[in-house]
Structure formats: structure tokens, C-alpha cells
Ligand binder design. Structure first.
Ligand SMILES: [Zn+2]
Length: 83
């Protein structure tokens, strides 16, 4: 499945997403498929003073327009913070 090739979404990508969409402080990805277990997960990314905080899982760096996630169960931690 090439899971090892998937990197967490980069700060650069996050910055452009937040700029493009005028989403305010929270960006929500609804029903993104977890690359490990295949379950749909809704991940929230919250802008913080030091970077970004992920809720419910993490979003991986997109290839093209396709977004993939890792849910909390597969990511192995409840929270990851982009720095
Ligand atoms: Zn999963």
C-alpha cells in the first residue's frame, strides 16, 4: 500500500490551505479515508500560536487533489502537532 511513503501534511501545504479557504482557525476534512484501516475519518486541523493541532487523526501530504488521513487508532497517538 505504500503507507511508508506517506508524510504528514507539510506546514507549507497547511499554510496555503488556510490562506486559500478563509476558513478561520479550524479546517475540517470530512470523511477522509484512513490509509491504514480504510475507515472514513473526519479530521479537524486547528491553527495554534505555534503551528497546527490535529484532532481525530492526521492528514497526510496530498498527492494531487487526493487527501488521505490516519485515524487516531492507526496513528498511535491522540494528538499530533505540526511544528
Ligand atoms: Zn485507521
Amino acid at each position: 500500500m505504500g503507507i511508508g511513503e506517506c508524510a504528514i501534511i507539510s506546514l507549507k501545504t497547511l499554510n496555503s490551505l488556510f490562506e486559500d479557504r478563509s476558513v478561520g482557525a479550524v479546517l475540517v476534512f470530512e470523511n477522509v479515508r484512513c490509509v491504514v484501516c480504510g475507515e472514513p475519518v473526519s479530521v479537524k486541523i486547528q491553527k495554534t500560536s505555534g503551528g497546527y493541532g490535529f484532532l481525530n487523526g492526521i492528514i497526510l501530504e496530498p498527492s494531487g487533489s487526493l487527501y488521505l488521513a490516519k485515524c487516531v487508532n492507526c496513528n498511535g497517538s491522540r494528538e499530533a502537532t505540526g511544528t
